[in-house]
Design a protein around this ligand. Structure first.
Ligand SMILES: [Zn+2]
Length: 297
């Protein structure tokens, strides 16, 4: 792809939600992915794709993507086995665009990022032995950079492998009058087939919009399943006076989720999703008038 195409595509992405009909570049995330004639497991197999193969998504419906391979094979694949390619985060196109517009999209916002667990609290452990606390911090560091580049003031509840009590994490949000508090976690379950992304709210009027806006965008940028936004009585949310959510960024007990979330590109995908989610959140919340403009442009 040449530079001109990259810029055109990027502008489309930042200004409006990706419509299913738009062509999106993607990469196969599993070995030997079946291409089917129709979007159904019972439909005939018309070809196979190997891990890492680049494809183009032409359409999407109910968990399936209509794709075309570089060799010209067309058909449907299960969308969870591919990952949509992202423009590099913090690339020069983004900086140029921000300067062109004379604005930074999250300027003036105070965002508290909470990497779950830490120190004596390892959190859960992945099927290949990685601690949750390590993944949450790695993810949070990339998100921090992304949001700062967009003009936000980012406050981290921890920046190294230390234990911070849950009460203290909420206090950091309260004392800094955060515009949003986001806690990052990774999930684990007895049933290894359980997978996907979920996030939580405590007080619906305060937290729900933030939670759904972030989850919806992170689902898009990571390509993992959407397991929904739900209520939970979580201490970092319950004691938080600011809009807050806790997002579980995939199941470390699920082979496919784990192989994706432990890939070095995953924090960039999460960061892009969180960034877009915050843009949605702040635009719908405080700038209803400009919301229409943004989607029309
Ligand atoms: Zn956790």
């Amino acid at each position: 792809m040449n530079i001109k195409q990259t810029q055109v595509k990027f502008k489309t992405k930042i200004h409006e939600k990706v419509s299913p009909a738009e062509n999106i570049e993607a990469t196969v995330g599993v070995n030997s992915l079946n291409i089917r004639k129709q979007p159904s497991l019972s439909s005939s197999v018309v070809g196979k794709l190997n891990l890492g193969t680049k494809i183009t998504i032409r359409d999407e419906q109910s968990g399936w993507a209509k794709i075309e391979s570089s060799s010209g094979i067309q058909g449907w694949v299960y969308i969870n086995y591919i990952s949509k390619d992202l423009q590099p985060v913090n690339n020069s196109t983004l900086s140029t665009q921000n300067m062109e517009n004379g604005q930074q999209s999250l300027k003036g916002k105070i965002i508290v990022i909470d990497p779950g667990h830490g120190g004596i609290d390892d959190g859960t452990t992945s099927i290949v032995g990685t601690f949750e606390k390590t993944l949450t911090l790695a993810t949070a560091n990339v998100v921090e950079k992304k949001l700062e580049d967009a003009g936000a003031t980012v406050i981290m509840t921890r920046t190294d492998d230390t234990y911070i009590p849950l009460m203290k994490r909420a206090e950091i949000s309260n004392q800094n009058h955060a515009d949003a508090f986001i806690s990052f976690h990774y999930n684990c379950f007895n049933d290894p087939s359980k997978n996907g992304l979920t996030d939580f709210y405590y007080q619906k009027s305060k937290d729900y919009d933030l939670a759904t806006d972030i989850l919806n965008e992170v689902v898009k940028t990571t390509g993992l399943n959407n397991d929904g936004t739900r209520f939970d009585n979580l201490e970092v949310l319950r004691n938080n006076t600011q809009p807050s959510t806790l997002i579980e960024l995939g199941f470390l007990s699920n082979h496919r989720d784990d192989s994706i979330v432990e890939n070095s590109s995953y924090p960039d995908k999460v960061a892009q999703g969180v960034y877009l989610g915050l843009l949605d959140y702040f635009s719908t919340k405080k700038q209803v008038a400009t919301e229409n403009q943004r989607h029309e442009s």
